[in-house]
Design a protein around this ligand. Structure first.
Ligand code: GLU
Length: 548
């Protein structure tokens, strides 16, 4: 290794959006580098052509940017170790493979899938685990050429040494894997591209990675990686495997949770006769076989996320957020999500919880990472989001709200910054950004969009012989001439009415609110009427009086 600088990387595969587990790995690598004046590298592991999803890498980059996790080297950020897409590094892998073939640490194999299946079945019948039988003598390059000419798939396998291996993990300590646990795994596929195990080692070496912080599910892969490093005669970086992220019920958090939640909701709806099998098939537009397999949990892949979303809407199920993008769409602030994520499996000590990114950088250390899985407590995340929203300056809320509103095609995206700022301030205390639309959105729609809630009308306007209606009627001319039309003046006006009629603030404000918003929920009455403006206020009150 030529450099002593700490270099760590986040290496996502573009097979989907960035999920919270991935974001946590990215964040820990980022913090570790920032804390130690290191370099944080972003590498896109896109050699598995069949699994790559078009545009996924852009989404991952966007999500990282949204979270404020910026890299020192990576796609779009030049560094001396690029390119940072594995798909552009084929030569490096080819050279490393040739080296292993020449030293006898790797060999060609050309079994067909059918042949491998037979071997697997034999191992199954004999109740021995399947291990690829290393041929003796090993095939030569000429054998491989002949096999290729016969149309056989030619791969390169790594010759795993028959010895135990101990991995030193910075979090878990020494972890020993017994001899004989691994078989000769494939390092280069028949299409010429390296497998993950090979590419990751070659790249970590070439990019001079000193520390690999990644999810614990990769721990079992690490012996493979270290054996390859030894065969190539290159240094082994320090490994730190991060605890898994569990749902609150103790199951592993995964993309499948989305399907699981909707599947359960649809099954319940069918059981309660709120939905029929035929409706489910029709809603998805899929074949009834596919729907049945999906319902029986045979394979999530039977239905796309779009189809699942349609079912969720029909069954009234909320799809749980799993990907970073889901939380963005649901109206969380990135700083709140980041703060929440950093506490999954790590803590700064004491009972300190609220942390800005700079504070995280200052306090981060590997020795405070837990060995055991962390829980994803959604209630806690909501509470944290409320906290961050409440503490955020108005300009920050405006910026975050515009991002959310644009993403969700909300009609409130069109409001100017000054108005938005006043609306957000008037709604403070909200948990997520859509709560603002729920509270104030109707004030920015057309008057016809107001739907009067029957219960609210009965309770606030119609009872006592329509006392509420009568009051609205008497207020109309006064509101017509009220000057100036400001929140203070309107609040003062309502207060005066209360004093002169001996009623409480709510007795006057609630009828007005129901008249202009359709429900007894909106920002403070002065703000509510200012946001509406005088004309719309009067128009809506007149419209409401027709409900009598
Ligand atoms: N591409 C791998 C993944 O997405 C990276 C694992 C690693 O960090 O080595 O899981």
């Amino acid at each position: 290794m030529t450099s002593q600088t700490i270099r760590a990387r986040f290496a996502p595969s573009p097979t989907g959006y960035l999920h919270v587990g991935g974001a946590r790995s990215a964040l820990f690598n980022y913090l570790f580098c920032r804390r130690n004046n290191g370099k944080f590298i972003l590498r896109i592991e896109d050699t598995d052509i069949d699994r790559n999803i078009v545009g996924a890498e852009q989404k991952i980059l966007d999500d990282l940017r949204w979270l404020g996790i910026d890299c020192d080297e990576g796609p779009g950020v030049d560094g001396a170790f690029g390119p940072y897409f594995q798909s552009q590094r084929r030569d490096t892998y080819d050279a490393a493979c040739q080296k292993l073939l020449a030293s006898g640490d790797a060999y060609y194999a050309f079994d067909t899938n059918e042949e491998l299946d037979v071997l697997r079945k034999q191992a199954e019948a004999a109740k021995t685990g399947f291990k690829y039988p290393r041929p003796d003598p090993l095939p030569t390059a000429a054998d491989a050429d002949r096999a290729r000419a016969e149309g056989r798939p030619v791969v390169v396998r790594f010759k795993v040494p028959d010895e135990a291996i101990t991995i030193h993990d910075e979090i878990l300590g020494d972890v020993t894997f017994a001899a004989g646990e691994l078989d000769d795994f494939v390092i280069v596929k028949s299409n010429g591209w390296p497998t993950y195990h090979f590419a990751v080692v070659v790249d970590d070496t070439h990019m001079e990675i000193t520390h690999v912080l990644r999810a614990q599910e990769h721990l079992g892969n690490t012996p493979k990686h270290v054996f390859i490093q030894r065969a190539l005669g290159v240094p082994t970086p320090k490994y730190a495997h991060l605890p898994l992220v569990f749902n609150i019920d103790g199951t592993k958090m995964s993309k499948r949770d989305k399907h699981k939640a909707v599947r359960q909701g649809v099954k319940d709806a069918i059981k309660q006769n709120n939905m029929t099998d035929a409706q489910v098939v029709e809603l998805t537009g899929a074949s009834s076989d596919a729907v049945e397999r999906w319902l029986k949990k045979k394979a999530d892949a039977e239905l796309s996320m779009d189809q699942v979303a349609k079912l969720a809407a029909a069954a009234g199920v909320t799809i749980p957020e799993i990907d970073v993008h889901d939380f963005r769409v649901s109206g969380y602030l990135p700083e709140a999500l980041l703060n929440f994520i950093v506490l999954i499996g790590w803590s700064p000590g004491g009972d300190r919880e609220k942390l800005t990114r700079d504070e995280m950088i200052e306090l981060f250390s590997l020795d405070r990472i837990n060995k055991t899985a962390g829980r994803f407590d959604r209630e806690k995340l909501l509470a944290m989001n409320l906290d961050w929203c409440s503490a955020a300056p108005t300009e920050r809320l405006v910026e975050a709200f515009k991002d959310w509103a644009t993403l969700n095609d909300s009609h409130m995206a069109a409001l100017d910054d000054a108005t938005l700022g006043r609306v957000l301030d008037s709604c403070r205390g909200f948990r997520t950004l859509p709560d603002v639309v729920a509270k104030a959105g109707i004030l920015f729609e057309s008057d016809d969009a107001v739907v009067f809630d029957e219960k609210a009308v009965a309770k606030v306007l119609a009872k006592n012989d329509g006392a509420g209606f009568a009051m609205l009627e008497s207020l109309l001319p006064q509101l017509e001439s009220l000057e100036p039309w400001t929140a203070e003046a309107i609040e003062g006006f309502v207060k005066n009415i209360c004093e002169s009629t001996g009623s409480k603030m709510g007795d006057v404000a609630q009828p007005i609110r129901v008249a202009v918003a359709g429900r007894p929920v909106s920002p403070a009455i002065g703000d509510t009427l200012v946001f509406l403006g005088r004309d719309k206020t009067l128009n809506r009150i007149r419209r409401c009086l027709q409900q009598r």
